[in-house]
Design a binder for this molecule. Structure first.
Ligand code: TYM
Length: 332
């Protein structure tokens, strides 16, 4: 099934979890594209609060995290005049289609998801069934909007491929119902690594606050984190992710932020110190305007935008939900 008639703009959908702060990996891997794509696509962006519940949370934590992250996304440049911006649980069709997707995703394919394996291995005991079926809900998020393009970082590649597979299976089983989506993964910044453990991706959940640059970090904090970033002992600035993961990560970050090329940038440095100084300066220049805009936004404005966004999202999602229910043979 195709969603757009020729000449119209492609439908884009993406989501982010409201857990913890927004970090540099989120920004370079995904959010930067969200902002640029709202200008030339029909973009729908979502704070996926239901996904956050797959790991245990304190009461009130998700609501506060949702408001906080929505404020940051608006400060980053999401413009509700140019995109649909809303909270997943405000549009009940997500949970509803999520169930239908669980009936077409197989136990075997969900078992192969590396993110489930990682997160369940790190969990201290309780592993929810939701953590296992999470990619089926993610597929529903995407398919509800007749999405063609999903801008994400590299770690979401497998989940988007699963969304494609379940859409194809649903269509084969019940007739042409869903548009088949594809991922859009950036060339630079697709996988930003932890500054302290450059063999791991930068992450909100990993216990490495010194290795994660948050967009709300103060300039001095950014300087400190970059200065202490793990490199190696040979002192040569060279882009070689396998052999020199720490230095290569710094070069990749600088390349992504300044629209450069990591190998070419490597040629401009003889020592780690000046490279780190330039990375810190580039990051500070990146976060300062975001932090200034954030200070202007209050919760009432954010809530009002989200309420409007939920109405607009429902107007798109409800007819697709109805189509899916009819297709799979429910009495409507
Ligand atoms: P989440 O909330 O973990 O991350 C949000 C976005 O940030 C990207 N990202 C990274 N990119 C580069 N380097 C990193 N170190 C890094 N860490 C995170 C992620 O790839 C993502 O694009 N399951 C999703 C949320 C989701 C979703 C969806 C995404 C739910 N439904 C539908 C797209 C479409 C997640 O947990 O992302």
């Amino acid at each position: 099934m195709t969603s757009t008639t020729p000449g119209t703009r492609p439908r884009v959908f993406s989501g982010i979890q409201p857990s913890g702060a927004v970090h540099l990996g989120n920004y370079l891997g995904a959010l930067r594209n969200w902002v640029s794509m709202q200008h030339d696509t029909d973009a729908v962006y979502c704070v996926v609060d239901l996904h956050a519940l797959t790991l245990p949370k304190e009461p009130g934590e998700v609501a506060q995290g949702t408001l906080d992250i929505a404020r940051i996304l608006l400060a980053l440049g999401l413009d509700p005049q140019r995109c649909v911006f809303f909270v997943q649980s405000h549009v009940h069709e997500h949970a509803e289609l999520g169930w239908l997707m669980q009936t077409v995703a197989s136990y075997g394919e969900l078992s192969r998801m590396t993110q489930f394996k990682d997160k369940s291995a790190r969990s201290s005991g309780f592993i929810s069934a939701g953590l296992f079926t999470y990619p089926a809900l993610q597929a529903a998020d995407i398919l509800l909007y007749d999405t063609e393009v999903v801008p994400v970082g590299d770690d979401q590649r497998q989940h988007i491929e699963l969304a494609r597979d379940v859409a194809l299976r649903f269509n084969a089983r019940y007739g042409d119902t869903f548009v088949i989506p594809e991922h859009r993964i950036p060339v630079a910044g697709a996988r930003v690594m932890d500054l302290q453990h450059p063999e791991n991706k930068m992450s909100k959940s990993v216990d490495s606050p010194q290795g994660t640059i948050n967009l709300l970090d103060a300039p001095q904090e950014i300087e400190k984190k970059v200065k202490r970033a793990v490199t190696d002992n040979d002192g040569e600035v060279r882009y070689d992710p396998a052999d020199k993961p720490g230095v290569s990560n710094l070069l990749s970050i600088l390349a992504a932020v300044t629209d450069g090329d990591p190998e070419q940038l490597a040629g401009q440095y003889q020592q780690y110190g000046p490279l780190k100084a330039d990375v810190a300066a580039a990051l500070i220049a990146l976060v300062e305007p975001i932090q200034a805009r954030l200070a202007q936004l209050d919760d009432a404005t954010v809530r009002a935008e989200l309420a409007l966004g939920a109405e607009r999202a429902t107007a798109i999602a409800a007819p697709v939900m109805d189509r899916a229910k009819r297709a799979c043979g429910l009495l409507v």
